[in-house]
Unconditional design. Structure first.
Length: 340
């Protein structure tokens, strides 16, 4: 059977991944050579971003300077992008995935499989859900997850790194590995969707903490302490709510490695540092510094705080709780070390 891949999302990470997937499908006979990529249409210098991508083969706004393979075709229509796909790659900022799934419901082939590259959780009035669960429940398809120490620009430049795919169905995990794995983007597949996904979501909160410490110029020992405490709280939360999450998952690329890289070089870190040095709000800095890219750590801190406070658990997760309060309750940044 021929598999056909559709990419749902074309931001910084979505575009980096498009380069890999577009190249890899050409190496196997069982993949259709065209990869459609859904682009949330916008104007860039008076032109549709989709037209720019399809003529220059570059996402000039979200991943400038990187050529995309010509078999990656940008499409502004979500339903058309996915209509004939058998493998869906979800790579939108987490705040948009619910609306994407609502639009896709009833509009995808029955034999589809999915993978989520999204780092976040889905919170609503009834509680919280993993994004893979939300995809599975709303669309009736199985979903794997991919997450790792993968700053998009570095991956797009082909620098060596690793990533982790979490699967429930091993055949799906192996199939998705084929479209992502390269010599310099090494994929390891493990049977722990929940652990992989929670690592990716929760490390973004800790990365905000890493940036606050940088802004406060507290030094390397303090940063290491925030990373250690953060890893501890990530594992504690994951295993408190999902008893099957494995300890080993935290030693994969999706765990400690992603936490380190995001605390060293990610957008959450950068914006949190600027929050300390400029006193501006996170929302304002996101607009000023990220050129349309989206912060995931602050909103995930808010989601987590909602879960923890409802369950009376804030005192058990002092670091994540303090980071939330600094982001949303005007707590002075120095509380990152004073209140934990
Ligand atoms: N950028 C990175 O280095 C990495 C990001 N990730 C994760 O991948 C996911 C996607 O991130 P990026 O590709 O970096 O996105 P991004 O941060 O570049 O976000 C911008 C994207 O959101 C789209 N967008 C804006 N408004 C929208 C709307 N209303 N509906 C749908 N789309 C809309 C924009 O068109 C653009 O494609 C996130 O969960 C992120 O945490 C994971 C690994 C690395
Ligand atoms: O997830 C990432 C790297 O693995 C990117 O993190 P930021 O969103 O903080 O840039």
């Amino acid at each position: 059977m021929t598999e056909k891949v559709a990419l749902i999302g074309s931001g910084n990470w979505g575009s980096a991944v498009a380069k890999i997937v577009g190249t890899n499908v050409k190496n196997f006979t069982h993949f259709d050579k065209e990869v459609k990529m859904w682009v949330y249409e916008e104007q860039v210098n008076g032109q549709n971003l989709t037209d720019i991508i399809n003529t220059k083969h570059e996402n000039v706004k979200y991943l400038p300077g990187i050529k995309l393979p010509e078999n990656v075709v940008a499409c502004p229509d979500l339903i058309r992008t996915c209509a004939d796909a058998t493998m869906l790659v979800f790579v939108v900022p987490h705040q948009f995935v619910v609306s994407v799934c609502k639009q896709l419901k009833g509009n995808i082939p029955d034999n589809c499989k999915a993978i989520s590259l999204i780092k976040g959780i889905d919170v609503n009035d009834h509680g919280f859900r993993l994004i893979t669960d939300m995809i599975q429940d709303s669309l009736g398809i199985r979903s794997c997850v991919l997450s790792g120490a993968n700053i998009a620009t570095e991956v797009a430049e082909g620098r060596f790194c690793e990533t982790t795919i979490g699967y429930r169905n091993r055949t799906d995990g192996e199939l998705f590995k084929e479209i992502f794995h390269t010599r310099n983007f090494r994929v390891n597949i493990i049977e722990d969707v929940i652990g992989v996904e929670l690592c990716g979501a929760l490390k973004n909160i800790i990365a905000v903490g890493g940036g606050l410490v940088d802004g406060l110029k507290l030094g390397a020992n303090t940063k290491a302490a925030i990373i250690r405490i953060g890893l501890y709280e990530m594992r504690k939360f994951a295993q408190m709510f999902y008893k099957d999450v494995k300890d080993e998952t935290f030693f994969e690329s999706c765990g400690v490695a992603d936490l380190i890289t995001t605390c060293a070089g990610g957008r959450n870190r950068k914006v949190a540092e600027a929050h300390v040095t400029t006193g501006k709000s996170f929302d304002q800095l996101e607009l000023e510094m990220l050129n349309g890219q989206k912060l995931q750590g602050t909103s995930t801190a808010k989601d987590m705080y909602g879960i923890l406070s409802k369950k009376g658990l804030c005192h058990e997760f002092p670091l994540m709780t303090t980071i939330y309060r600094i982001c949303y309750e005007n707590l002075p940044s120095i509380k990152i070390v004073e209140d934990i």
